[in-house]
Design a protein around this ligand. Structure first.
Ligand code: MCN
Ligand code: MO
Length: 728
């Protein structure tokens, strides 16, 4: 019926006809506008803030300084610097005014006095541990993962290798910068947010403001992209809420692009120093990794190092592995997740090792991978992650066919003197983070079904995918099913959209709720029809009695329960046609796939992609059109990460990239066609046997492109983004 079909998004008509409501479109009478005054120095002791001139600007109602709350893993001074300034862009004060112009003018008049301290921007410098970077410390996090005896396995291997791999610091580049509107009214707080998780936001805000307000409701506005960067609340969110509580007025804050560049948590920024041993056939026998993650000026991104470490073995059989994760502070914007979150780093590192081995042995890269590949699932990796399901060999075989075809084309074009190369990356991904998700299914009096999910999609289209699942289960036309989300007052507890979990977890919760709803409908119909419930079956959007052919549609049952305003309820069952279900899996899910690229490197070092193919296995694909959209978008983001995107700083900690002129995401003319195909062998054991596809492409792209350009130019590349001078 609907599942498995490429159906266009139900979300689109509203958004593409300009009826979206983003934070900046939401208006409340009497709204005040907040502008954040940010540090222009990377590391300093703050002595004083002088805002007397700012207060003189007409329309200014107040200036906030020294706002301080205790939030785990955030700096001592959070959400504003009050003693130690830690990075350029850190909030130091906030001006609140009746209009945005006044607030901007006044913000320019806020002066602060400080004693500058040495700034540390290089993570390898911070890693020496001798630098005072944040709160007198340089090291933020350290953990070791070890299985078997990696050192001995390497020592006893006939061949050894070493690689240093770096993944640069990137900005998630959502079209809409961050923003928040905080409305305080008679003891209650309603916060409109550009967020991936209204429920997370609510839990964080209740923790901080719970004693001062009766309740916190968080509403997700339409979100113009997030890509991982809008999951956790930011300093500005706390500051804006604080302002609305102090002034007892709605307060709106919306970042400019430059502000977003310096204040939105950046991502990746990992260095992996790999040592490994392998045999003559290319089988990897032992692997160690000194992983360094640049956490910036707060420690909360350390978990990304853990994800990278535990996924480092990837889909390969190696058991003797040791990874040391070192997280360091630098005087830069803090680090958090970006699409893929730890898995692109792990995959890039291990795939570089596979490519290295193939190169050293002059072996086919597909063959080397095949000899190392895990062939049976479930399989528990050296660090205890159990890969759930799938047929990796089958997918690799298919990818190998495509690769050899591209390799052949590369060989021919090389004969013409062109610098062309083919590359392949196999990836295994961990999904399904966050224990569970919730969904409610209700039948309204008009017979339409409303599904409310705790996931909070913001561009992916899960609203459509979940509608397909529920429409099939209830035997209804798709336009009779409406999916809603993004409001903590709609559904009690929930998590949100991250880690490619929405379809898997919220989709299953909705499916289970729909199944229970059918039982409820049958029960009510039995009473309404005066028959035994056992006589009735649910079929095609209604309940029928196969014996006498009598039938009640879902709409008829719903209407009967609300028909008489003056009457009494003479039935044994409750009249509600509403079910809430929670769904969680006792394991992560592990989607996998392969990317294959054919690239040409021009004389000036620019790269064009001649052909690009992606294959995924995410179990049941509910909507191939949406899944393909995820893959195409992820590949383009990966392309940017490989070639052009990087946030860099000068020696004093000033960011060099603060706009889309200096920070180069891929342009339209660089876009290329991505051909996608999928297998459905790696099903999960959930009722809806799907795994996530939201991040796979940002994981598989990196090594496919890098190994292709290496083969095109005959040189090794170790750092992303690729230095164009290596390609000339
Ligand atoms: N889908 C499907 N069959 C499957 C799996 C998914 O048809 N087996 C469809 C779903 O219906 C949904 C889409 O594919 O329309 C993605 O679903 P899923 O894999 O469950 O991922 P999420 O919805 O949880 O999205 C999160 C993921 C993440 S973690 C980041 S980061 C990211 C991404 O999605 N950020 C995005 N893609 C993004 N796309 C847009 N437009 N904007 C972002 O901010
Ligand atoms: Mo994400």
């Amino acid at each position: 019926r609907y599942v498995g079909r490429p159906i266009r998004r139900k979300e689109d008509p509203k958004l593409i006809t300009g009826r979206g409501r983003y934070i900046d479109d939401i208006e409340f009478p009497g709204t005040l506008h907040l502008v954040v005054v940010r540090s222009t120095v990377a590391h300093a002791l703050l002595k004083s803030v002088d805002y007397s001139d700012a207060l003189k600007v007409q329309g200014v109602v107040g200036v906030l300084t020294g706002v301080k709350f205790k939030v785990d893993n955030r700096p001592e001074d959070f959400p504003m610097a009050s003693k130690e300034i830690l990075y350029v862009g850190q909030p130091v004060a906030a001006v609140v005014a009746t209009d945005r112009y006044a607030a901007v003018d006044a913000a320019e008049k806020v002066q602060f006095d400080y004693d500058e301290l040495p700034a540390v921007v290089d993570p390898e410098e911070a890693a020496t541990g001798s630098k005072e970077v944040v709160g007198g410390k340089g090291l933020a996090y350290e953990r070791e993962y070890a299985s078997g005896d990696a050192l001995r396995a390497i020592e006893s291997s006939p061949q050894k290798g070493e690689l240093k791999v770096k993944i640069g610091r990137v900005y998630a580049s959502p079209m809409e910068p961050r923003g928040l509107l905080s409305v305080y009214e008679r003891g209650s707080l309603t916060v409109y947010a550009s967020t991936q998780s209204p429920h997370f936001m609510r839990r964080f805000l209740v923790e901080t403001f719970g004693g001062r307000v009766e309740d916190v409701r968080v509403v997700q506005a339409d979100v113009g992209g997030a890509f991982g960067a809008k999951l956790f609340p930011y300093p500005e969110d706390y500051i804006t809420v604080e302002a609305s509580l102090r002034f007892r007025r709605p307060v709106k804050w919306v970042a400019t692009r430059r502000e977003d560049f310096v204040s939105t948590y950046l991502s990746r920024d990992q260095i992996h120093k790999l040592r490994f041993g392998f045999d003559e056939r290319g089988v990897l026998r032992g692997l160690t990794d000194d992983a360094l993650i640049n956490l910036g000026a707060a420690s909360h991104g350390y978990y990304l190092g853990d994800i990278a470490a535990t996924m480092l073995p990837g889909p390969y059989k190696v058991r003797d592995v040791k990874v040391r994760v070192l997280g360091v502070y630098t005087n830069t914007t803090p680090l958090d997740q970006y699409r893929g979150a730890g898995r692109p780093e792990a995959t890039f590192a291990i795939e570089r090792v596979m490519d290295y081995i193939a190169e050293e042995l002059k072996e086919d890269p597909v063959e080397v991978r095949k000899r190392n590949l895990v062939v049976e699932t479930p399989y528990t990796n050296p660090f205890g992650l159990t890969y759930d399901s799938g047929n990796y060999s089958h997918l690799l075989e298919r990818a190998g066919l495509i690769y050899r075809e591209m390799e052949e084309r590369a060989r021919k074009l090389k004969l013409e003197g062109r610098r062309v190369g083919a590359g392949l990356c196999f990836y295994l991904e961990q999904n399904n983070f966050g224990p569970w998700e919730s969904a409610s299914v209700r039948v309204r009096g008009d017979g339409k079904v409303q599904v409310i999910v705790g996931a909070a999609p913001h561009g992916q289209g899960a609203g459509t995918g979940i509608a397909q699942v529920v429409a099939d289960e209830l035997g209804l036309d798709l336009d009779r099913v409406e999916v809603s989300w993004g409001d903590t007052s709609l559904i009690g507890e929930a998590f949100g959209t991250y880690g490619s979990r929405s379809l898997t977890l919220a989709g299953n919760a909705a499916l289970l709720a729909a199944r229970k709803l059918k039982d409820k409908v049958r029960g009510l119909a039995a009473e309404l029809m005066g028959t035994d419930v056992q006589e009735l079956v649910y079929r095609d959007g209604g309940v029928e009695n196969p014996k006498d052919g009598r039938r009640m549609s879902l709409a008829e049952v719903a209407r009967a329960t609300v028909a008489s305003m003056g009457g009494t309820w003479n039935f044994k069952r409750d009249p509600s046609l509403e079910v809430t279900e929670y769904f969680g899996l006792d394991n992560y899910t592990f989607p996998y796939g392969a990317h294959i690229a054919l690239v040409e490197v021009e004389e000036d070092g620019s790269v064009s992609v001649l052909d690009y193919r992606a294959i995924d296995d995410v179990g049941l694909v509910v909507n191939p059109l949406l899944a393909e959209g995820q893959v195409v978008g992820g590949v383009m983001q990966g392309f940017g990460e490989v070639f052009t995107e990087e946030i860099r700083y000068d020696g004093n900690g000033n960011p060099i990239m603060t706009d889309f002129g200096s920070y180069r995401i891929p342009r339209a003319h660089q876009a290329f066609r991505v051909r996608w195909e999928y297998f459905e062998e790696g099903k999960s054991n959930a009722p809806l046997p799907s795994k996530g596809i939201g991040e796979g492409a940002s994981i598989g792209t990196l090594d496919a492109l890098v190994s292709a350009i290496e083969r095109a130019v005959g040189r090794r590349v170790w750092a992303l983004p690729v230095d164009p001078s290596l390609l000339m």
